[in-house]
Design a protein around this ligand. Structure first.
Ligand SMILES: Nc1ncnc2c1ncn2[C@@H]1O[C@H](COP(=O)(O)OP(=O)(O)OP(=O)(O)O)[C@@H](O)[C@H]1O
Ligand SMILES: [Mg+2]
Length: 363
C-alpha cells in the first residue's frame, strides 16, 4: 500500500464548497505536520488564486503536464506554508477539456505516481463537471471526497456522481473508494438544512463525515486575501470545522497506514524541519503556576502532564477538537511579520506528553 493518500474533491454541481474544502483541508493537514500537495485541475483556478498564487507569477501550470511538455515536478511550486505545495491550475485547461487530441485517462495518474512518498496527502480540486480532467483525477485518486451543500437539491446529481465513480472503479481504478460525503454551508437556524442532513444520513449512512462544515463568513472572505482561513481568521468556526475534518481523515488514514512498509513519513519530516523541542519538567508542574500561563510567555513546559480539560480551561479550546490527540495554538509574536509560530501539544492517555514550538518561516 502506498504511503501517499490521493483524494479528489469532486461534485459536478457548482458552488458546493469543493475549492473551499480543497484549500482549507490542505492547509489544515499541513498545519498538522502532513506534507501536502494541492493539485488544481479546474480551469477557473480558484484554488490557485485562493492560496495567493497569481498566474502572472508562475511559469508552469498543470496545463503543460496534460500537454506532455513537462515533468510533473517542474509544475510543483511552494506556498507560504512550508508543508504545502501546489500544482497551479490555469484557464488554458478549458481548451484541454474541450479539445483533447489524444485522450488518456491515465495521464494524471502516471504523473502523480512519480510523486508518491514525497507527500502524505495529495488533494485534487476538481471542476464542476464530469469531463476529461475530472475523470483523469478519479483514475489518479485513492478516494473521492464529495462536498454537498445542505439544500433541497443536494441529492440531485449525487447518484450520477456515484455511478461514474463505480464505472471508473470497474474499468480503470479498482481501488477507488469514497472518502466521505461532506455537508457544507450548514446553517443550524434553517430547518430545511437539518431536514437535508437527516435525509442524506438515511440514504448514505456511514459515508457521511461526522464533521459538518458550517456557513461561516471567514471561509468566504479568506480567498480574496489569497490565504486559507487559518491565516485569515484562525479562531473562526471555519478553522475549527476544517481542522476537525482533517483529524477525521488522518484518523482514517492512520488505520490504513498500520499495514504500510518503508520509512515513516513523520520521521522524515522530523529530520528536515526546524523544530524546537522543550524539555519536560513534570516534577515542577504546579497548577497554581500554570494559571499564569500566557501564550505571550514562553513557559510552555508547564503544560507537560496537564489533562485536556486543564489545557482547555487555561488556554481555551480555540479550534481544537477535544477528541484529537494533537492540539495546536497559534502564537502571536513580535517577529510575526517574518515567522508564524505554532504551539503543538501532543496528548497520550489524556495527558500532554510532548510540547513543541514550531516556527514556520515565510518564504
Ligand atoms: N462553509 C462556507 N461558508 C460560507 N461560504 C462558503 C462556505 N463554503 C463555500 N463558501 C462560498 O461559496 C462559494 C462557492 O464555494 P466554492 O468555490 O468552494 O465552491 P466550488 O464547489 O468549488 O464551486 P465551483 O463548482 O464553481 O468550482 C464561494 O463564494 C465560497 O466562498
Ligand atoms: Mg471550485
Amino acid at each position: 500500500m502506498p504511503l501517499t493518500k490521493i483524494i479528489a474533491i469532486a461534485n459536478q454541481k457548482g458552488g458546493v464548497g469543493k475549492t473551499t474544502t480543497a484549500i482549507n483541508l490542505s492547509s489544515a493537514l499541513s498545519i498538522l505536520e502532513q506534507k501536502v500537495l494541492l493539485v488544481d485541475t479546474d480551469p477557473q483556478a480558484n484554488a490557485t488564486s485562493g492560496l495567493g498564487v497569481l498566474s502572472k507569477n508562475i511559469d508552469h501550470s498543470i496545463v503543460e503536464l496534460f500537454q506532455g511538455n513537462l515533468e510533473i515536478d517542474q509544475c510543483v511550486i511552494n506556498t507560504q506554508n512550508p508543508n504545502l505545495k501546489i500544482i497551479p491550475g490555469s484557464i488554458k485547461l478549458a481548451e484541454i477539456e474541450i479539445d483533447v487530441k489524444t485522450p488518456n485517462l491515465n495521464r494524471l495518474k502516471t504523473a502523480l505516481d512519480t510523486l508518491k512518498n514525497k507527500f502524505d496527502f495529495i488533494i485534487i480540486d476538481c471542476s464542476p463537471s464530469l469531463g476529461y480532467l475530472t475523470l483523469n483525477s478519479f483514475v489518479a485518486s485513492d478516494s473521492i471526497l464529495i462536498p454537498v451543500q445542505c439544500e433541497f437539491y443536494a441529492l440531485d446529481g449525487l447518484r450520477k456522481l456515484l455511478s461514474t465513480i463505480k464505472s471508473i472503479k470497474k474499468s480503470y481504478n479498482k481501488n477507488l473508494s469514497v472518502e466521505g460525503i461532506l455537508m457544507t454551508m450548514y446553517d443550524e437556524r434553517l430547518n430545511h438544512n437539518n431536514h437535508v442532513i437527516s435525509e442524506l444520513k438515511k440514504h448514505f449512512k456511514d459515508l457521511i463525515f461526522k464533521t459538518i462544515i458550517k456557513r461561516n463568513t471567514s471561509l468566504s472572505e479568506a480567498p480574496s486575501f489569497g490565504t486559507s482561513v487559518f491565516d485569515y481568521k484562525v479562531n473562526s468556526e471555519g478553522s475549527t470545522n476544517y481542522l476537525n475534518l482533517s483529524h477525521e481523515i488522518m484518523k482514517n488514514q492512520a488505520l490504513n497506514k498500520e499495514t504500510s512498509l518503508g520509512k515513516n513519513i513523520s520521521q522524515i519530516m522530523k529530520e528536515t524541519e526546524e523544530t524546537i523541542l522543550l524539555d519536560p519538567c513534570i516534577k515542577d508542574r504546579n497548577l497554581d503556576n500554570f494559571k499564569v500561563f500566557s501564550q505571550k510567555d514562553k513557559n510552555f513546559d508547564k503544560l507537560y502532564g496537564c489533562t485536556k480539560k486543564e489545557v482547555a480551561v487555561h488556554l481555551g479550546l480555540a479550534f481544537n477538537d477535544i477528541h484529537s490527540d494533537v492540539w495546536m495554538y497559534r502564537i502571536r509574536h513580535k517577529t510575526n511579520l517574518f515567522r508564524k509560530n505554532y504551539l503543538y501539544l501532543y496528548f497520550y492517555k489524556n495527558k500532554v506528553n510532548l510540547v513543541k514550538l514550531r516556527w514556520f518561516k515565510l518564504s
